[in-house]
Design a protein around this ligand. Structure first.
Ligand code: HEM
Length: 147
């Protein structure tokens, strides 16, 4: 038996692998937009989206796949794009729509939370802080005197 220390070669699994790959991300996104569309609690958030949510089902899936460590097609298609700056240019981003986005994603994530609570918590924490920063940035941009 060798007493030499073993080199650890296994890399930690990415959130993309842990959640179950592209099909699992697509189903999370599906639940997110189904709830946004069907639950009046998310009315303000729904109102700032296009009537047809199908393109967003594709785009958010592609984004989250890359963001979670999977294939980076969305990032390759949008070189240099920053998701925070993209939202700074969108009308209707404020504290209320940010809270609705988070609430809607928390509901959509219930499935993931049942299987892997630590993963669901980590994803929701990041998404919450991004959403609140988007709202803060929009509020700062809307202050009088800002260019
Ligand atoms: C303050 C919370 C948020 C609000 C109110 C919001 C709202 C929106 C709206 C209105 C659109 C355009 C929809 C359309 O064209 O129909 C959009 C696009 C998008 N959002 Fe958000 N969003 C929020 C947070 C987030 C977060 C946290 C993420 C990522 C984790 C995200 C990822 C995206 C992506 C990937 C797109 C599409 C970009 C593209 O490929 O063109 N959003 N969002």
């Amino acid at each position: 038996m060798s007493l030499r220390p073993q080199r650890i070669t296994a890399r930690p699994r990415s959130p993309f692998d842990r959640i179950g790959g592209r099909a699992a991300v697509a189903s999370l996104v599906g639940r997110f937009y189904d709830r946004m569309d069907g639950n009046p609690a998310y009315r303000d958030l729904r109102a700032i989206h296009a009537d047809d949510l199908d393109p967003m089902r594709e785009r958010l899936t592609d984004f989250l796949v890359g963001w979670m460590g999977g294939p980076r097609d969305w990032f390759d298609r949008n070189p240099g794009a920053c998701i925070m700056s993209a939202h700074a240019a969108m009308p209707g981003i404020d504290r209320r729509t940010a809270e609705q986005w988070i609430g809607c994603m928390e509901e959509a994530m219930e499935d993931v939370a049942a299987r892997d609570p630590a993963l669901a918590r980590a994803l929701l924490d990041s998404m919450r802080s991004m959403s609140l920063s988007m709202a803060k940035r929009a509020a700062a941009g809307a202050e009088p005197g800002q260019p």
